[in-house]
Design a protein around this ligand. Structure first.
Ligand SMILES: Cc1cc2nc3c(=O)[nH]c(=O)nc-3n(C[C@H](O)[C@H](O)[C@H](O)COP(=O)(O)O)c2cc1C
Length: 336
């Protein structure tokens, strides 16, 4: 099984990706950038462009490493193709179309999961993209993958979507086993995921298939595999994309691969490196701390009876206070 680091807007930016790759990258086959918006103005937002510039992604820029995939948010073939050409010129070999973002600001603009509400439009958009790809020198050798949900409100929408996806030479299809209206809540819809995979293959779809949704532990992983085996599709799913599970446990992929569990000293080192990485990336100390707090919202689960210590971390308003509070957490709470 291959493991991928999911795109997470504002969290999995280059400081995190580079540090994670350096420490835990041996068990991650691909990292996905958060989406880069393909705007009608044909300009990238500075923050999004900076995130994918090779100069900021040095660990990925050597030895023909192709493990960083850039995700594009676009509501039509024209802007997608413009962005794809620009990004391909930076040296990327795989581009991923976002068909899952549930945010109303995105959906209302007919992008992300918004595209799933109009299968005929999505069909014509994909048709235009793949037709143009063949005729465009810069894109001919680029893989185009998708990351989709099962539908907008009803998981059965996936059956029609799979018919559409199967028509195109998509390199890999990641299915986040939820519908748009689930946002990130509820359990993943595993039965609907299995039915979608079957439908996709019945329709002749050839893409690699990646499962995504709520893999936080070895137990989650094994129960998902057991279900895929029971449904006879374990061999069809070649990868799993891990999102919040990797925020909680940066060594999750290593553990799922049957190797060592996360140790306290390496978590400490990871957090120290993240602080230094964000210090270069974010000008204000307070905002660096806020960024680290996003991680602590997940990471605190490794510490037993840590409420008091976590509160101190959350209250820190300077680097000194923050580092002292983190030291206390490691010194005082049992690591699990
Ligand atoms: C804060 C946050 C930001 C996200 N940003 C993106 C994004 O930019 N592109 C995308 O395709 N999915 C995005 N996602 C969805 C994740 O990639 C993933 O599909 C989702 O979290 C389910 O996987 P998980 O249960 O392993 O976390 C985001 C999720 C979260 C929680």
């Amino acid at each position: 099984m291959n493991f991928y680091f999911a795109p997470m807007e504002s969290i999995t930016m280059y400081p995190l990706r580079n540090i994670h790759k350096d420490m835990f990258g041996a068990d991650i086959s691909k990292y996905y950038s958060p989406f880069v918006t393909a705007a009608k103005s044909k300009h990238f937002k500075n923050r999004e462009k900076n995130d994918i510039l090779p100069i900021h992604n040095e660990p990925f820029a050597k030895d023909n490493d192709t493990s960083l995939v850039v995700q594009i948010m676009s509501g039509n073939s024209e802007t997608f193709l413009w962005a794809a050409k620009e990004i391909a010129q930076l040296g990327y070999k795989e581009l991923n179309l976002n068909l899952g973002c549930p945010a109303s600001t995105v959906v209302n603009r007919h992008k992300g999961a918004g595209l799933l509400s109009d299968p005929d439009y999505l069909d014509s958009m994909l048709s235009e993209i793949f037709e143009a790809k063949e005729k465009t020198d810069e894109l001919k050798d680029i893989d185009i993958s998708i990351k989709t949900r099962l539908g907008v409100t009803d998981e059965n929408e996936a059956l029609k979507l799979m018919e559409i996806y199967a028509k195109y030479p998509i390199s890999e299809m990641t299915v986040h086993a939820r519908v748009k209206d689930d946002f990130y809540k509820n359990s993943p819809r595993l039965d609907a995921f299995c039915n979608s995979v079957k439908r996709y293959r019945e329709c002749g779809g050839k893409a690699l298939i990646c499962y995504n949704g709520n893999i936080f532990s070895k137990k989650d992983y094994e129960s998902t595999i057991t279900l895929l085996e029971k449904e006879g599709i374990a061999n069809e799913v070649s990868s799993m994309m891990l999102g919040r599970g990797l925020l909680e446990n940066p060594a999750l992929a290593r553990e799922l691969a049957g190797k060592e569990a996360l140790a306290a000293p390496e978590l400490k080192e990871y957090l120290t490196k993240l602080y230094a990485g964000y210090e270069e990336y974010i000008p204000e100390e307070r905002n660096v701390i806020f960024k680290l707090l996003e991680h602590w919202a997940f990471i605190h689960t490794h510490f037993e009876n840590c409420d008091k210590y976590l509160k101190a971390i959350r209250k820190a308003r300077s680097k000194g206070e923050y580092l002292a509070a983190v030291r206390n957490m490691f010194a005082s709470c049992k690591f699990k």
